[in-house]
Ligand binder design. Structure first.
Ligand code: PRP
Ligand code: ZN
Ligand code: MG
Length: 225
């Protein structure tokens, strides 16, 4: 069962950030029983519960105060903030730390067979993405009137599936683009994982625990430099 007195931290269940998050908890001395498939992992040595959810759910859980902390890519945070402002939902978080993992770029990409293309090519094209707010802002800034196709996953198959002419998605190693015959273009945003806190957190025990963890986090970061 979940216990509201325990500090709740939302992390990505599987994907680019999950292994780094688990290593971070280990380095912070948080002992966890992380069995596959389990939504909640209870710490055995601290009053902490780890919620393992889809990455796009993390900002909302923290903004709504359902989770106290979250580890999320900055890109995800910026996108969700824009989306929730549009819907008049709470969109504030306190950024506690920038972490030293999860580096990626949000970039445009198109079928390799087109070769090098310039920005004007995107005029009146269809671009598939999971980050419509960030992409729209970029397109407006660049005076490009393209239409967006919103996909929550498998963005990389959209051109091949005939759903879009190009994509705008996260690139880390580049393996996904490569595997799908796509060429990487301009970077729209660079992103790192960051630790965010709910602005509604008002429990002195939880705050004290966070105050205890933050210097450890700093020490872990410094040790790696
Ligand atoms: C992102 C992105 C690509 C992949 C890129 O997905 O959508 O699929 O990472 O990484 P690569 O350049 O190293 O191949 P993510 O893991 O964030 O999760 P999602 O696909 O479930 O949204
Ligand atoms: Zn429980
Ligand atoms: Mg993906």
């Amino acid at each position: 069962m979940t216990d509201t007195k325990r500090l709740r931290i939302a992390i990505q269940k599987s994907g680019r950030l999950s292994t780094d998050c688990q290593n971070l908890f280990k380095q912070l001395g948080i002992k966890l029983n992380l069995r596959e498939q389990k939504l909640i992992a209870h710490s055995t040595n601290m009053p902490i519960d780890i919620l393992r959810v889809r990455h796009n759910d993390i900002p909302g859980l923290v903004m709504d105060g359902v989770c106290d902390l979250g580890i999320v890519g900055e890109n995800e945070l910026v996108e969700m903030q824009a989306e929730r402002q549009r819907l008049s939902l709470p969109s504030k978080v306190n950024k506690l730390a920038k972490l030293d993992f999860g580096y990626c770029r949000l970039a445009l990409a198109w079928p390799q067979e087109l070769g090098l293309i310039d920005k004007n090519w995107f005029q009146d094209k269809k671009i598939a993405t999971t980050y419509p707010a960030i992409l729209s802002e970029y397109l407006t800034r660049e005076n490009i009137s393209a239409s967006l196709v919103n996909l929550s996953g498998s963005v990389e198959v959209a051109p091949r599936a005939g759903l879009a002419d190009a994509i705008c998605d996260l690139v880390s190693t580049g393996a996904t683009l490569e595997a799908n015959g796509l060429m990487q273009g301009e970077t729209i945003m660079e992103s790192y994982a960051c630790l965010i806190q709910s602005p509604t957190l008002d429990c002195s025990n939880k705050s004290a625990l966070i105050e205890k963890l933050l210097p450890r986090l700093k020490a872990v970061k410094q040790a790696k430099e």
